[in-house]
Design a protein around this ligand. Structure first.
Ligand code: AMP
Length: 112
């Protein structure tokens, strides 16, 4: 499958890893939009949040278990934002489910 994030998970494309376990992989966004901008992805190919079902939902559970650990290790004790773009209206550019973790500064109070 020609998926950028599957290739990153497989180590075929380099990335700046911040966290990995059996279920999830997290790495720094190549074009950061905040002082801390991390992407966390499931190790299974799930195209977007539109494709989460009972059979693969445990990947998402593991993502949300890992996020607070990553936030703590990145020093985001004042808070952070989690974003997942779905489809063209939301400008999803990589068709592999991912959650942006953004923080390290006062974020804006608008999201769209
Ligand atoms: P989205 O637009 O929500 O699909 O987010 C995709 C994100 O992937 C963007 O923020 C990109 O900057 C990021 N990205 C694209 N290629 C890479 C890469 N090779 N390594 C790390 N982040 C990437």
């Amino acid at each position: 499958m020609d998926c950028l994030f599957c290739k990153i998970i497989a180590g075929e494309i380099p990335s700046s890893k911040v966290y990995e376990d059996e279920w999830v992989y997290a790495f720094r966004d190549i074009a950061p939009q905040a002082p801390v901008h991390i992407l966390i992805v499931p190790k299974a190919h799930i195209a977007s949040a539109d494709d989460i079902y009972a059979e693969n939902a445990s990947f998402v559970t593991h993502i949300f278990e890992a996020i607070p650990e990553i936030a703590k290790s990145e020093g985001l004790e004042n808070g952070y934002r989690i974003v997942s773009n779905v489809g063209s209206d939301a400008c999803q550019s990589v068709k592999h489910l991912h959650f942006h973790i953004l923080g390290g500064k006062q974020l804006t109070d608008t999201m769209a």
